[in-house]
Design a protein around this ligand. Sequence first.
Ligand code: COA
Length: 123
Amino acid sequence: MGSLGDDDASLAVMARRNPGLLLVAAEGERIVGSALGAWDGRRGWIYHVATAPDRQRSGIARRLVEAVEAGLRAVGCPKVNVIVLDTAKDAAAFWTAAGYTRLAASQYGRVLAAEDTARGGSR
Ligand SMILES: CC(C)(COP(=O)(O)OP(=O)(O)OC[C@H]1O[C@@H](n2cnc3c(N)ncnc32)[C@H](O)[C@@H]1OP(=O)(O)O)[C@@H](O)C(=O)NCCC(=O)NCCS
């Protein structure tokens, strides 16, 4: 994480707007995976799918994504998109295995926050 909008207050707003769509996988008290879903009324989005390195390839991300998809279907969302950074080396294989198709599109971003509050990237 670490992008703009990943601070606690922003995530709390996201959680209030998207009840039940921000998920973590826990083993005991340890969080081992995450998947944050959002529905903007037209598309569903999934952010920050990640599994702890020592727990990867055990189906955690697949189950989290399936749960977010189920939640999105339940609110009437017809399509879900994911933004995948080129630097996320294992992501392409994961999303392809999950049934997602790579779209011919580029992502453009602009920071709207005042410069003194802007930290890090702009995803
Ligand atoms: C991508 C990531 C989330 C996958 O999490 P995971 O819990 O290991 O994924 P799963 O175990 O649910 O994998 C489901 C399927 O995806 C495919 N897959 C997942 N990781 C893969 C890899 N490194 N190489 C090839 N295929 C992979 C496989 O088909 C896998 O099924 P299998 O293990 O039965 O072969 C994880 O590698 C990760 O956290 N990476 C760093 C963060 C990241 O890049 N996130 C994606 C940004 S959107």
